[in-house]
Design a protein around this ligand. Structure first.
Ligand SMILES: [Zn+2]
Length: 277
């Protein structure tokens, strides 16, 4: 069954420094201090922006430890709480992925978490049986054309949206991340906040067109694009100089979010999957 079209808006809830890979291996305590309670303060304004629209948050597990009220508030407001790894970093080794998952086991169980999104939307094929073993229902850890949903054993993969400009790809094995290969293959990954940062009107138009075609775009934003961290550019300058391609992730996207919510119905990923199966 094809579910009715809706915007599958997701927020990867991570700290302001997660964009840079420089902090991934610092001691957890140092990352907590660097956050300076930004992630705790950002949640209320974001929930308010969402109004009555229901969406999915993928929460970084260590942050649920720093601020237990985060999953609590998200879930109380009627949104889905998903998992964005315990520590935000690129994980390609299945044993490390399982270790990371186990580190968050407690709150995953408490909030009945069923959805997984790998950081940087990059993962490996072996993640699917592992997610099944840990009672997940789905993953959103690849890029693929809107409407593509793939069953990997008992796990659904609901990819972040791309628009295929040349031909429809026919292989959906992880990793399918945002890289040159994907773009050379003719896919425009408009679901990424990198693209909505650079090409907002175009991304909006694509979403509109996908809707008319009865599809449900999967797009993601980050808290730091909605609630500006204090002294962010000053603190992040070094990272931006080292990797200027991070810049579109730092643009303010509140108006983009408001436009989307005004014009498109949303739902959580889990509600979408219920209609799929
Ligand atoms: Zn992330």
């Amino acid at each position: 069954m094809t579910p009715s079209p809706r915007l599958l808006l997701t927020i990867d809830y991570e700290s302001w420094f997660a964009l840079s890979r420089r902090y991934d291996f610092l001691p957890p305590e140092t990352r907590f201090q660097m956050d300076e309670e930004y992630s705790r303060r950002a949640i209320d304004p974001i929930l308010e922006m969402l109004g009555n629209s229901k969406i999915t948050f993928y929460l970084v597990g260590e942050m649920a430890g720093w601020y237990p009220e985060l999953p609590e508030k998200i879930s109380k407001a009627g949104h889905e709480v998903g998992f964005h790894c315990h520590v935000h970093r690129r994980l390609n080794n299945i044993h490390e992925i399982e270790k990371d998952l186990n580190a968050s086991a407690e709150w995953i169980k408490k909030y009945n978490v069923r959805g997984y999104r790998a950081p940087m939307i990059t993962t490996v094929e072996e993640v699917y049986p592992l997610l099944a073993k840990h009672n997940f229902t789905y993953s959103s850890s690849q890029y693929a054309p809107t409407g593509v949903t793939i069953k990997k054993g008992s796990i659904w993969e609901i990819p972040a949206s791309t628009l295929p400009l040349l031909s429809m790809p026919d292989e959906f094995n992880a990793p399918r991340n945002m890289n040159l290969k994907l773009i050379r293959g003719g896919e425009f990954p408009y679901g990424s906040s990198f693209m909505s940062g650079l090409f907002r009107p175009i991304v909006y138009k694509i979403i509109e067109r996908e809707f008319k075609a009865g599809k449900s775009p999967v797009i993601f934003l980050h808290p730091y694009e909605l609630v500006r961290p204090l002294r962010w550019y000053a603190r992040f300058a070094k990272d931006l100089l080292r990797d200027p391609s991070l810049l579109p992730f730092t643009f303010h996207k509140v108006n983009f979010l408001k436009d989307l919510l005004r014009n498109f119905p949303t739902s959580s990923m889990q509600d979408y999957i219920k209609e799929l199966s």
